[in-house]
Structures are given as C-alpha cells and as structure tokens.
Design a protein around this ligand. Structure first.
Ligand code: SF4
Ligand code: SF4
Length: 127
C-alpha cells in the first residue's frame, strides 16, 4: 500500500500521541468481538485501526473514539497487546485540536453513552 505525505502525517500523529505502532494490528477482529459498546459505534474498533493504517482522515469523523469507554477489554483480548484505547484517545486528541464536534451534550441523556464521552465533551467545551 502506497502512503502519501498527508496519510503519513495522520499515522505519525496517532503513533506519537498513543505510543503505539498501528501496523502491529493484523485485523483479527478480537478487539471488536469483545468490545461492550459496538452497538453504539459507527465503526468497529478494528475498523478504526484499519482506517488509521491507511492514513484515512475520515476516521476523525467517526463517533467510535467518543463512544470508547477505555475499558481495556480490547487490549486484554488483543493477541498483539495493542493498546486500542490509547489509539482512540489519540484520535480524540487530534479531533479536539482540530475542533471536530462529535458528541453533543444534549444527546448524552438520551443515548446513554459512557462517561468518557461526557468527559471528552466537557474537555472540548472548556479547551
Ligand atoms: S485484536 Fe489487536 S490485532 Fe486484532 S484487530 Fe484488534 S487491535 Fe488488531
Ligand atoms: S477500550 Fe474502547 S474499544 Fe476497547 S473494548 Fe473498551 S470500549 Fe471497546
């Protein structure tokens, strides 16, 4: 797969912020199989990682990193020990820096989202 500079920029940023090598993921899907929040997600956790591997900036539009509760279940299940929640956090961080709005406070009551969404949203509103 040929990556251009823009693709590489996203990958480098996420790897720097998360401390993870995103290419160590080989897409087995075990992280997604054990994730308790996939029903709320628009991309499965392994799909988020795949988009990152491709340098696909559309991953910044996904709600999944905001739904992720950092419960660590995926990291425990991952045969490669990938810290998926750290990658989700890196994506949230980049989104916050770029002022991308993903979860509205008014929706939290009705959607029953995990606390991380609430915390992240307040961080965004106060940053
Ligand atoms: S469990 Fe690990 S290797 Fe498998 S898809 Fe998820 S992050 Fe990738
Ligand atoms: S840390 Fe996030 S992605 Fe991983 S299992 Fe928990 S909610 Fe799902």
């Amino acid at each position: 797969m040929q990556l251009n500079n823009a693709d590489r920029e996203l990958i480098d940023k996420i790897e720097e912020l998360s401390g993870e090598n995103v290419f160590s993921c080989y897409q087995c899907g075990k992280c997604s199989a054990g994730c308790p929040f996939t029903e709320e997600m628009d991309l499965l956790p392994n799909q988020v990682i795949r988009k990152v591997q491709m340098g696909d900036v559309s991953v910044l539009q996904s709600e999944t990193p905001w739904i992720c509760a950092s419960c660590l279940s995926c990291e425990v299940d991952c045969p490669k020990g990938n810290n998926v929640p750290a990658i989700m956090e890196a994506i949230r961080e980049i989104s916050l820096r770029e002022n991308v709005d993903k979860v509205e406070l008014k929706d939290l009551k009705t959607r029953g989202l995990p606390e991380i969404a609430l915390v992240s949203n307040f961080r965004k509103k106060t940053s």
